[in-house]
Design a protein around this ligand. Structure first.
Ligand SMILES: [Zn+2]
Length: 304
């Protein structure tokens, strides 16, 4: 299996992770939304691990966002084999669910977004893109439930759905498929990748610089890095050590992700890092790794 477009943490999930660690997701619905995103990502990762192991000739693409007729569509995964395109919508639901009159209900009888409708919407929008690229491929779309703890009562008899207990068998049929990859398939994969747009950033809770907890987050345990020993920052919780330059740079990147419109100045970054380092240390790091714009009071930094 050839990974043409790998699975990466989306911008939205990166922002929410940061907001969560910096204690601003306080409302229950925001927390719930964030945890669902994490869970969704975990599900995609799980499916990735299974499918990339298959000894077969295929091209795999993850997280594809398209715009067609003013509608956005996000597709979790596309597999290209010799003469087939497979579209996958991955779900990591866990626990008991109920299917009643085309409605999907959780164990507390709360209705959830119908995943089959979601799949079909993605499928139909995607089918508008394909004719412009190549019409000689067969096309399948599947809704994959990856969590072995998922159960759907009164589940519909629907060949597009792969339940956890069917997943291994389904993957087996995939790998039995006769497939040889050459330029034709690669061209299609590259075209599908090049047509992708940046995922629209919606449903991110409002936040402000003032309300975020300042500091540098430990990459190992998510506590805040505190004590500066020589040129190393040490985590007081797990004792992980990191060079102060790389830690500050990491924090500047996080700042840029959260506040793309704010200027990077020594004063702001000094406060944002909240470590026991002088402004001079911060200044040294910024001027070494970023370009200086303006002078005296108005100085700020941009990427090289
Ligand atoms: Zn730590």
């Amino acid at each position: 299996m050839d990974i043409v477009k790998p699975l990466v943490v989306s911008e939205k999930l990166s922002i929410l992770r940061s907001l969560y660690k910096r204690s601003v997701l306080t409302q229950q619905d925001q927390l719930y939304y964030y945890q669902n995103l994490e869970k969704g990502f975990e599900g995609e990762r799980r499916f990735d691990q299974l499918i990339r192991k298959l000894p077969m000739d295929g091209l795999l693409l993850s997280d594809l966002n398209y715009e067609t007729n003013h509608s956005n569509v996000q597709i979790d995964k596309i597999l290209i084999t010799q003469d087939t395109i497979d579209l996958f919508e991955i779900k990591n639901l866990e626990g008991d669910y109920y299917y009643e009159e085309e409605r999907w209900l959780s164990s507390t009888k709360t209705e959830i977004t119908n995943p089959l409708h979601q799949l079909r919407r993605g499928e139909s929008l995607f089918k508008r893109i394909i004719p412009h690229i190549d019409t000689s491929f067969r096309f399948n779309a599947h809704l994959i439930f990856v969590n072995p703890e998922f159960h759907l009562y009164h589940s519909p008899h629907e060949p597009q759905i792969i339940y956890p207990t069917q997943l291994n068998r389904y993957l087996n049929t995939l790998q039995m498929r006769h497939s040889k990859i050459n330029n034709k398939q690669r061209k299609l994969a590259n075209r599908l990748r090049s047509l992708c747009i940046k995922a629209p950033l919606k449903n991110v809770p409002e936040y402000s610089y003032e309300k975020l907890k300042k500091g540098i987050i430990c990459p190992v345990c998510d506590s805040f890095l505190h004590s500066l020993v020589g040129r190393k920052l040490e985590c007081s919780h797990c004792e992980h050590k990191e060079d102060v330059t790389s830690a500050v740079m990491r924090n500047v990147e996080e700042f840029k992700l959260l506040f793309p419109n704010l200027k990077i100045t020594t004063g702001v970054i000094h406060e944002w890092c909240n470590i026991d380092a002088s402004r001079k240390t911060i200044l040294r790091i910024l001027s070494k790794h970023y370009n200086r714009v303006g002078n005296s009071n108005g100085t700020y930094y941009v990427h090289h």
